[in-house]
Design a binder for this molecule. Structure first.
Ligand code: SF4
Length: 207
């Protein structure tokens, strides 16, 4: 179904869009308009948005319409997420958002080539489909989801690939948070280049 999406990025499979507070990572606590695109083949077994995976379930929507919707809210920031949003050419959508004075943030696994014009790139690589190397150098934030102890050494491997200014976050996988959070606390105290990211939107019970 991915092939049906025009390569010029003027139409995108939109799963949902909503105005909320960014709950995790560097921009935690900031209001933003979330644009969730359908389609992902990374296959994380703990994924909490599996309904995003099949792009064909999500209507192709004019990028211009998405921009109009984003403009209706006070925070002039969007977070484009998925699914895996870099399955699609995001040059058109992000150019239009920026023309309208909206800051563009992305959440990506990095498994597909980078497109778009970004104010903030959050790279959250997954073991199930490795990120492409060039995006590591562009990332403003590296966010590693920790599911088990072996993920700490995996996180360090990725930290070596990002730029010196890239912010480093360890975030407990939600279903394992009780067990993993104390390990992350210890790890960050011993390795303070890392910071803790929590999914505060889930604690706040907001989208
Ligand atoms: S990359 Fe994201 S959307 Fe895709 S399977 Fe993993 S957690 Fe789910």
């Amino acid at each position: 179904m991915i092939q049906q999406v025009p390569e010029d990025g003027t139409l995108l499979p939109l799963m949902e869009e909503f105005y909320t507070i960014q709950g995790e990572g560097y921009n935690t606590g900031k209001a933003a308009y979330f644009i969730r695109l359908g389609g992902c083949d990374v296959g994380c077994h703990w994924c909490d948005v599996k309904e995003s995976w099949d792009a064909s379930l999500h209507p192709l929507t004019q990028a211009d319409t998405i921009v109009e919707h984003a403009l209706q809210y006070p925070a002039k920031t969007v977070v484009i997420t998925g699914g895996e949003p870099l399955l699609y050419n995001l040059d058109y959508l992000t150019a239009k958002l920026k023309e309208n004075g909206i800051k563009t943030f992305i959440e990506t696994s990095g498994a597909y080539p980078l497109s778009g014009h970004w104010d903030w790139i959050c790279l959250s690589p997954k073991k199930f489909k490795a990120p492409l190397l060039p995006i590591a150098g562009e990332a403003d934030e590296l966010k590693i989801i920790v599911f088990n102890k072996s993920d700490f050494s995996w996180a360090e491997q990725h930290a070596q690939q990002v730029s010196a200014t890239c912010k480093l976050f360890l975030q407990p996988e939600w279903s394992k948070a009780k067990e993993i959070t104390p390990l992350i606390v210890d790890y960050v105290m011993n390795n303070p280049k890392w910071e803790i990211s929590l999914q505060t939107h889930k604690y706040l019970n907001i989208p």
